[in-house]
Design a protein around this ligand. Structure first.
Ligand code: ATP
Ligand code: MG
Length: 233
């Protein structure tokens, strides 16, 4: 039987239901935070998180769905509710994964450093926090808001992504800012959300590029489909 307190926490998690209590017993733990717009989530995201978790021995990965990210201003996004739904569908069968609505529910432009502050305040010091980024995102990291503060709160795990190779100059620059960066080599999956949206718009298939549950969600909601167009039939 779950206590009332436990039931309340599971229905209103501060970060996410599965990992809210990590570190409460004082035992060391390592959480990965996989941030993104996930518009929609695809196998590139899932493999990125899985490879990072394996390489670094993480105890869990929190998919942090961005609300209104600073770097995607002027770009039309699917609603936060749709992106959260799709992330939940994409991750539910992996006990190492959970989804957080923390950023998506925050109003206004969302910055990673603010999320890192909330996470660092929530988890005790025995919980190591690593932000997982693809190699394309690593290149933009020096320009993120309050980068030195961010570097003092979390470390970075960078996973390879087709077309992007972190060079020595970038790594030196990140080190000067204070970032601890671990590079993880992963099989390259040349999949992006932009490409998925484009394919759906054109009525083409995205099967085997996104989990089946996400594909079914796209078909049933008509998300990204050109007005007047049909699903990939
Ligand atoms: P969009 O095309 O809309 O920018 P995206 O596929 O780049 O979408 P994001 O939500 O922007 O997805 O990315 C979230 C995180 O996932 C970023 O750190 C990004 O580098 C990483 N990522 C996305 N796709 C891949 C991939 N195929 N391989 C490795 N990392 C990836
Ligand atoms: Mg992107």
């Amino acid at each position: 039987m779950r206590s009332l307190e436990e039931k309340r926490r599971l229905s209103h998690p501060a970060i996410c239901a599965r990992f809210d209590d990590v570190g409460r017993d004082g035992a060391s733990a390592h959480l990965g935070i996989m941030g993104g717009t996930f518009d929609p989530p695809h196998f590139g995201h899932l493999a990125c998180a899985e490879m990072a978790a394996e390489a670094c021995g993480m105890d869990g990965v929190v998919f942090m769905v961005a609300g209104d990210p600073a770097f995607k201003q002027g770009q039309e996004l699917a609603s936060a509710a749709d992106r959260l739904n799709m992330c939940r569908l994409a991750t539910f069968d992996n006990p190492l994964f959970d989804v957080s609505a923390l950023e998506a529910e925050r109003s206004g432009i969302t910055y990673t450093v603010d999320t890192a502050r909330v996470l660092r305040a929530h988890y005790p010091a025995c919980v190591r926090l690593s932000f997982i980024v693809g190699a394309d995102a690593l290149m933009t990291l020096p320009d993120w808001k309050d980068a030195p503060d961010l570097a003092s709160l979390v470390d970075i795990v960078c996973v390879s992504r087709p077309g992007y190779l972190p060079d020595a100059e970038l790594l030196a620059r990140l080190e000067r800012i204070g970032f601890a960066v671990e590079l993880v080599t992963s099989p390259l999956l040349d999949i992006s959300s932009s490409m998925i949206r484009q394919r759906v718009r054109e009525g083409r298939t995205v099967r085997y590029l996104v989990p089946l549950s996400v594909d079914e969600y796209l078909i049933s909601t008509g998300l990204y489909r050109a007005k007047g167009g049909t699903a990939h039939d």
